[in-house]
Design a protein around this ligand. Structure first.
Ligand code: N01
Length: 539
């Protein structure tokens, strides 16, 4: 097979995925190290998850000036966001701008889905086969497939028989879905549902929201950015970047170093009210023990539940929306634009599927154990097979034909979220075991890509043929990931996708590293400085 592969398809590195991580990785390996690299991407263009998540109201929860690359001063100066939180079309424009600015397109192969990737040990090559049967091979395989890109469509009996249209938010048709005047049902009230529901309510004739787990949400307080702020970002790019690298969650705000229990009730209320008025994810930065101490967390939870009850006029609906069974921010905390207010509209109805679950879908709509809801369109805002889904779907096999699915049968096992034992020369950008979804992603992508690039430079200059995570170092890292999670309230959530609990049959393992971005970065730097401690380097 080796001889049938053209020289153009024999490379130094193959990157899978043309989102932010794949684009930056291509730039560093090609333009800094001078390697021959291609990005393989299933979609017709760049953007990764933002290429597909076109649902109404899709917007970033990170503030726009933190959701961009800072590695290039010229790139920073070449771009201006228009709003505090960018909408999906603007994010996609940004990503296309990055691709053009860095002249990446000639080395990206679109409409090309990876069907399998096998490590060929005798030739020390990764061989990648696409669903069209093309074969590519390279010394290094770098997965840049994102953490949230495999849709979780619930297996509800009868879905196939539905005569209307159904769609998952993360695979929203490019041409849109005409919801005008229609009876629409939304299943799911996570970050996505909470963004989409207010916008869908404005378009639909009638909207039924199927809620399994009530959720906290903080007002986003989105607004256009002033010229002053845009100037501030350009003039203070270094400071903004440095701040994001120092914080536990890679956002550009610091968490206040104080306990929610050390201030008076009046002071705490005033602090929460100010954060509520300011809006956004900064609410959870009001105190540093909200995710560590249940009693501290309760103070935030009570404040938000009270706000929900104030906003929502119907007391029964307010009770359902504020009957939240988990600590604040122990699930990814959504932020919203008029989510709770939407339930005051005449055309919106909330259905409690925790106590009256969905039984089936029939030709005309959704049947719960209590009632039938006729629908023209069903929108599943039911999230993702997060962190591992896209990796496992690629049919990756490493040394001795070991399938990644088998290696991870009990849950993902990585070293630093960067490599998997048994899979030499394969790197995972923001893989399980890295802070990833607990943090703002662009700064983390920069950190991971820079680390991988420095590492590959080291391998190339020292004539090292293979790099592979040590099994014991990986087990130790998995333990550290568990310990970091157990020091927080995060693992306490029943349905959390951080634990894989949202996908039937998925092993229940806490996947992201909860010890904080700044600490993680320090560990990665130290490992590199110690000659890549915990990796086998074979010449
Ligand atoms: O998905 P989710 P999401 N029957 O898994 C419900 C990122 N994101 O797409 O909680 C009925 O959080 C499920 O109910 P329950 C962000 O990281 C980023 O909303 O499991 N309901 C829940 O209500 C976010 O955290 C941005 O009981 C079912 C919902 O569906 C992540 O994406 C914007 C069900 C799923 O919530 C995922 O958010 C938006 C079933 N069978 C999202 N299965 C940015 O701004 C699931 N549910 C960057």
């Amino acid at each position: 097979m080796l001889n049938t592969i053209s020289s153009e398809q024999t490379l130094d590195a193959i990157i899978v995925g043309a989102g932010l991580s794949g684009m930056y990785q291509l730039h560093t390996l090609r333009d800094q190290l001078g390697l021959r690299v291609k990005v393989l991407e299933a979609a017709e263009g760049v953007g990764g998850t933002w290429h597909h998540n076109r649902y109404p109201g899709a917007r970033c929860d990170s503030e726009s000036h933190s959701y961009m690359f800072y590695f290039s001063p010229e790139l920073v100066q070449s771009w201006e966001w228009t709003e505090r939180y960018p909408q999906q079309p603007e994010i996609l424009r940004y990503m296309n701008h990055v691709a053009d600015f860095l002249k990446l397109r000639p080395d990206m192969v679109f409409n090309t889905r990876v069907a399998s990737a096998q490590f060929d040990e005798p030739h020390n090559l990764w061989r990648v086969i696409t669903s069209e049967g093309q074969v590519w091979q390279a010394k290094y395989l770098i997965t840049a497939v994102g953490c949230l890109s495999s849709a979780n469509v619930p297996a509800i009996k009868g879905l196939d028989s539905f005569q209307g249209q159904w769609v998952h938010t993360s695979a929203w048709p490019k041409e849109g879905v005409d919801l005008r005047g229609k009876r629409v049902g939304v299943v799911g009230t996570g970050s996505t549902g909470i963004q989409a529901i207010p916008v869908i309510a404005e378009q639909a004739g009638h909207l039924t929201v199927f809620q399994r787990t009530a959720n906290y949400s903080i007002p986003a307080r989105n607004a256009p950015l002033s010229d002053d702020f845009k100037r501030h970002v350009k003039q203070n790019a270094n400071e903004i970047r440095a701040l994001m690298q120092e914080t536990p969650n890679a956002h550009c705000f610091r968490i206040k170093q104080r306990s929610a229990l050390e201030v008076s009730d009046e002071e705490r209320q005033a602090i929460y009210q100010a954060a509520w008025d300011k809006g956004g994810l900064q609410f959870r930065a009001t105190f540093d023990d909200l995710l560590r101490d249940k009693e501290a967390n309760d103070t935030a939870a009570i404040f938000i539940k009270h706000k929900i009850q104030q906003v929502v006029q119907d007391p029964e609906v307010a009770a359902l929306l504020s009957d939240i069974d988990h600590p604040f921010a122990a699930k990814r905390p959504p932020i919203d634009s008029h989510y709770f207010e939407t339930f005051n509209r005449d055309n919106v109805h909330l259905v409690d599927i925790r106590h009256h679950p969905i039984e089936c879908i029939d030709a005309n709509g959704i049947q719960t154990t209590q009632a039938h809801y006729p629908l023209d369109v069903i929108v599943f805002a039911t999230g993702f097979d997060a962190m591992t889904g896209s990796l496992l779907r690629m049919n990756i096999s490493g040394r001795d034909g070991l399938a990644l699915n088998d290696a991870w049968h009990a849950g993902p096992r990585t070293y630093l979220g960067l490599q998997v034992p048994g899979f030499p020369n394969m790197f995972t950008i923001t893989g399980p075991g890295s802070p990833s979804v607990l943090c703002n992603l662009p700064p983390q992508i920069e950190q991971h890509v820079n680390w991988i690039t420095d590492c590959i430079a080291h391998l190339q200059t020292h004539g090292i043929k293979q790099m592979e995570a040590d099994a014991a170092a990986s087990d130790d890292w998995v333990q550290q990931v568990n310990d970091a999670a157990n020091a927080t309230l995060l693992p306490q959530v029943r349905h959390s996708w951080y634990l894989g609990a949202n996908v039937p049959g998925k092993p229940r393992v806490f996947m992201p590293y909860a010890g904080g971005f700044a600490r993680y970065r320090g560990i990665c730097d130290e490992v590199a400085a110690q000659g890549y401690r915990g990796f086998h380097l074979r010449t």
